[in-house]
Design a protein around this ligand. Structure first.
Ligand SMILES: Nc1ncnc2c1ncn2[C@@H]1O[C@H](COP(=O)(O)OP(=O)(O)OP(=O)(O)O)[C@@H](O)[C@H]1O
Length: 281
């Protein structure tokens, strides 16, 4: 069955999101005479549209990256898709089901891996699995599998502070994968790492995700990273936040950094995305 006829993993239809700006940041509210941030918000304050009329369909197993200038609404869109925050209007479905709250089959990887510092790597994964109430041997098998996948088996008893930044991020990924998510939401997961670690982890993560078969949505500021990972790049514009262009990345996954380096088509895609993000296209 083709992606066009199958139920999409994620379907976003006509989604809009507004926020209230605190009065301190709003000259208009000051002119209106609002006395405090609370007053501005409760009275409507200065309402601005963060995202307007977003339509987006993500196929099962597809890897999509959201890129765009700072403040164009990438994180807001990812958070709405994953049910972390509510939309004002429109519809979001994951595997055909309306999203109202975080669905059970999704996983998250954020810029900060947010591991529990008082728990070992093993116990952080065990914590993520607690709600599943698996029999102990099954739970241990899942943990071992995910630690193996992320090359952390020998660090199973280490605590987060004993790991490098890259290892912490791998532990965060292992924890996200422990519940076998059908959709993985990643918000700048590698942006806090140095360039070399980031490259190495990109390669590792690409293979891990390929093996998991999960649908992925990634927010990134790194256009090369978007080209490396994605089947499609969603370029977003600001004021109001919207989708400006969808760009296909036609190379089979998983890819290697080396094969993309000298590839003129990859360079063309990267340049097109950059032009759009910088407002030159
Ligand atoms: N809870 C909130 N309350 C008020 N405004 C918000 C809130 N969350 C986001 N915003 C605003 O919505 C807009 C979009 O924010 P968002 O974080 O989604 O953008 P982004 O594209 O992810 O930015 P960046 O690339 O800098 O992380 C910004 O103007 C931001 O200030």
């Amino acid at each position: 069955m083709s992606i066009a006829t199958a139920t999409p993993a994620i379907q976003v239809t006509g989604v809009t999101k507004t926020f209230s700006r605190p009065v301190e940041r709003s000259a208009r509210s000051r002119r209106r005479g609002a006395q405090s941030a609370t007053e501005a918000i409760t009275t409507g304050g200065d309402v601005f549209t963060a995202l307007q009329d977003i339509d987006l369909s993500v196929g099962k197993g597809e890897f999509v990256s959201l890129v765009g200038a700072s403040g164009c609404g990438k994180t807001t869109l990812l958070r709405m898709m994953s049910g972390l925050i509510a939309r004002d209007s429109g519809e979001i479905r994951i595997d055909g089901r309306l999203v109202n709250g975080v669905p059970s089959k999704v996983g998250f990887v954020f810029q900060e891996p947010a591991l529990l510092p008082w728990r070992s790597v093993h116990d952080n994964l065990a914590f993520a699995l607690e709600y599943k109430q698996l029999p102990p041997d099954e739970r241990e098998a899942v943990i071992e599998d995910k630690l193996k996948l992320t090359n952390l088996l020998e660090f199973r008893n280490s605590y987060p502070h004993q790991l490098s930044g890259g290892m912490q991020q791998r532990a965060g990924l292992a924890r996200a994968l422990a519940t076998d998510p059908e959709v993985l939401f990643m918000d700048e997961p590698l942006s806090a790492l140095d360039a070399f670690t980031r490259r190495r982890l990109q390669q590792e993560i690409a293979s891990i995700i390929e093996a998991s078969g999960a649908t992925c949505v990634l927010v990134t500021h790194d256009v090369d990273e978007a080209v490396f990972f994605s089947d499609r790049i969603v370029v977003m514009g600001a004021r109001p936040g919207r989708v400006t262009e969808l760009i296909d990345v036609p190379f089979p996954r998983p890819r290697t950094q080396v094969e993309l380096l000298g590839n003129p088509e990859a360079a063309q895609i990267r340049d097109r995305v950059l032009e759009l993000v910088l407002g030159l296209g």
